[in-house]
Design a protein. Structure first.
Length: 150
């Protein structure tokens, strides 16, 4: 009885040390992951057009997003970008440029005008917010005032 228990302990010890050895050989240069930056940074937002007629046949509303110095608009996770809390950015209509020619790159994303029609966005001068995630784990949020016509 004691003898078989001894064998069992030996086997467990062997398996455990083998697992540690395997983990070490998989990642010899293992470094702990950089902790995500949880803060939300404020983006500069320009929604185009400045007057959005929700009855018109236009298909898209565009938003130009600039990030503060030290952040790269290429790090914006496009699939996470939303307008007015619920409209998802079109992942195929994205472009990095500099629309206002101030030397700070902007990411142009587009949203379906139909999606915006379905929200509870009010008419008249209205604050529209675009928000999303960054690759470093942080997030951004920007607001622009536009005129909504219904
Ligand atoms: Ca710019």
């Amino acid at each position: 009885m004691m003898r078989s228990l001894g064998v069992l302990v030996l086997v467990v010890t062997f398996v455990a040390s083998g697992a540690i050895g395997a983990a070490a050989s998989f990642a010899p240069d293992y470094r702990p992951p950089v902790p995500p930056a949880p803060q939300t940074i404020t983006a500069t937002l320009d929604v185009y057009p400045g007057t959005i007629n929700l009855k018109s046949n236009g298909k898209y509303v565009a938003a130009y997003i600039e990030l503060p110095a030290g952040y790269d608009v290429a790090d914006i996770v496009v699939s996470s970008v939303i307008l007015a809390g619920e409209c998802q950015a079109d992942p195929y209509r994205v472009k990095i440029g500099d629309k206002d020619e101030d030397g700070i790159p902007d990411l142009r994303v587009t949203f379906s005008r139909k999606d915006l029609q379905k929200t509870s966005v009010s008419s008249g001068l209205t604050e529209l917010t675009v928000e999303g995630l960054l690759l470093n784990g942080g997030s951004f949020s920007g607001t622009d005032v536009v005129r909504i016509r219904k």
